[in-house]
Write a protein of this length. Structure first.
Ligand code: CA
Ligand code: CA
Ligand code: CA
Ligand code: CA
Length: 563
């Protein structure tokens, strides 16, 4: 086979110079290896047309120590067997995985360049609102799930009737092991300009180490009451995001919420994204070209006129590029609409997003607090947990989240969640730093009581075993927003001022992060009382004195009147 021939050439050249050339019909890419048994990290699959525009990407990945191998769809179709082009691609991924132990696979090309696989799921469940019963949607996840649980090739057509991923489809079932074996992403480019734009964005994102930038720790949450009139009167979008905020400790939430009246216009969303954010969450309703939700227990749609593709095109966040996670219908329906919602963010040359995670079909969800138990909403929480576990690469973030999700018993809604999930982005994209975290700081030092609206000074410090410079984030126990402050030398004292606007007892804590973006845990809290205990006692004492005075006067009055 031609592919075997190519590999033989590679081995010979490797033995000669430590650098080998991957020859293709129209171009040459240079791949550096140290010996012939080396593993690759990333397999890049694209049509020949895009190969030249991807050369800077390959060179950049090499510089990031991500060994990259490119193979064109034309070569795959000539070289590999399979009943159709999709199966040939899947066999190619499997072969390269087994020979070169790749972790990540990136498709560069839309549906016309690289085919997907369509599911066939019949779902008769009752969600209390109309849902389709026949689910036929694009599932690139087919290419990530290489093996069944017994280690054999996973065709997604185990009953061999050429209908794939069947679940109760005319009574037929195909056996699927939902665990991903490689981490997959797609840049569904349809023009060479889009290829170049994505390459430039990825190179800049990693070269600037986006995860170390001050804007990265902003977390934009866009949501409202996804399902009005549920029995518990929960604003589901905000409820999911409150859980995300609690998981993504150290991120500063920007709540573009219905309940805070911050979601009346599309400008609210663009203003928040233009400031820059590491992550953006959309929780609500979508079509391939829009997003919207509801105010609390209302059938009104907000923002006015919905958030549309035209709004995405107006984004100007430049290199402050978020990873967007969408819990809404049809945002990744690239197989029907080449300019779908998700892709419009990623292809935007003036900003938008570095990557988008979402679904290609209808997103089923439970109303009320049960919303976080299943579906893409649950996946939002698992993805957030994976990030806090220190996951370095984007594909692993979503892949590991799916592995956790699928470790429980799979029902129809779980199948639909996992199979329609897509990552539009580079799965080998670095999204956090590799370094030892700073030591968890001692609680902040400063006054433990004081008066409302007076300014007080607090200090904190800690050490980083790598000697990295450090930033500090204080949680003042009130609703005030705060920012990461720094950089300070490891061990140096960070001094800040704060005042409280209301009386009460506040738990104040601090955490540190190093210049690689790696964070310590929160310190133990210190209790700060506003106003001072002495003042409270004084006020009460004065009040008591006053009562006693009045009581004395009352006794005098009674005596005077001879009662
Ligand atoms: Ca598998
Ligand atoms: Ca079948
Ligand atoms: Ca609701
Ligand atoms: Ca460190």
């Amino acid at each position: 086979m031609k592919f075997i021939t190519v590999l033989a050439v590679l081995v010979i050249l490797t033995q000669v110079g430590g650098i080998f050339l991957v020859k293709s019909d129209c171009n040459t890419s240079i791949i550096t290896v140290t010996d012939q048994h080396d593993c690759f990290d990333l397999l890049l699959i694209c049509p020949e047309l895009y190969q030249e525009n991807l050369q800077p990407f390959i060179e950049h990945k090499q510089s990031m120590d991500i060994q990259t191998l490119l193979i064109t769809t034309e070569t795959i179709y000539e070289t590999y067997n399979g009943r159709d082009d999709s199966e040939k691609i899947k066999y190619c991924i499997k072969t390269i995985y087994e020979n070169y132990c790749i972790d990540y696979v990136l498709f560069v090309g839309g549906i016309d360049s690289i085919p997907t696989r369509y599911t066939h799921v019949y779902y008769s469940g009752d969600f209390g609102y109309p849902t389709p019963s026949q689910w036929v949607f694009a599932s690139d996840y087919y290419y990530a799930d290489l093996y069944e649980s017994n280690g054999t090739f996973s065709s997604w057509d185990t009953n061999q009737n050429d209908v794939f991923a069947e679940y109760d489809w005319d009574g037929n079932f195909d056996r699927i092991d939902y665990t991903p074996d490689v981490f997959i992403g797609r840049l569904p480019c349809v023009t060479l300009d889009e290829v170049s734009t994505c390459v430039q964005k990825i190179i800049l994102y990693e070269a600037e180490k986006a995860w170390t930038q001050s804007w990265f720790n902003s977390l934009v949450c866009i949501g409202g009451d996804s399902l009005p009139w549920d029995d518990e009167a929960i604003d589901e979008g905000e409820y999911v995001q409150q859980h995300v905020i609690e998981i993504l400790q150290g991120f500063i939430p920007e709540k573009v919420w219905a309940s805070t009246n911050q979601l009346t216009s599309s400008h609210n969303i663009n203003d928040a994204i233009n400031e820059g954010a590491g992550f953006v969450f959309f929780n609500g309703h979508g079509l391939h070209n829009m997003w919207a939700t509801h105010p609390h227990n209302s059938n009104t749609w907000i923002p006015r006129g919905s958030y549309t593709l035209a709004d995405i095109d107006e984004l100007e966040n430049e290199d402050r590029l978020p990873i967007i996670i969408s819990d809404a219908c049809y945002h990744c329906q690239y197989d029907v609409h080449s300019d779908c919602f998700a892709w419009s963010f990623v292809r935007n040359p003036n900003g938008g997003a570095i990557a988008f995670i979402g679904g290609s079909d209808t997103d089923l969800a439970y109303g009320g607090t049960a919303i976080i138990q299943k579906g893409i909403e649950r996946l939002c929480l698992e993805i957030s947990r994976e990030y806090m576990n220190g996951t370095l690469y984007l594909g692993r973030l979503i892949g590991e989240a799916i592995s956790v999700y699928t470790s429980n018993e799979m029902h129809e809604i779980d199948m639909l969640t996992v199979l329609q999930n897509h990552l539009f982005g580079d799965p080998s994209l670095q999204i956090s730093g590799s370094s030892h975290p700073p030591e968890t700081p001692q609680p902040p030092s400063g006054p433990v009581s004081g008066q409302v609206k007076s300014m007080y000074t607090y200090t904190a410090s800690t050490n980083d075993s790598d000697g990295d410079n450090l930033y500090y984030l204080f949680d003042w126990g009130d609703s005030s927003t705060c920012e990461w402050i720094g950089p300070y030398d490891s061990g140096a004292v960070c001094t800040v001022e704060h005042s409280w606007d209301a009386e009460g007892v506040f738990e104040v804590k601090v955490r540190a992060k190093d210049v690689h973006g790696v964070q310590s845990g929160w310190s133990d809290p210190v209790e700060i009382t506003m106003p001072k205990t002495r003042c409270l006692f004084f006020e009460k004492h004065k009040l008591l004195s006053c009562f006693l005075f009045l009581f004395d006067q009352y006794i005098d009055f009674l005596n005077y009147n001879g009662v």
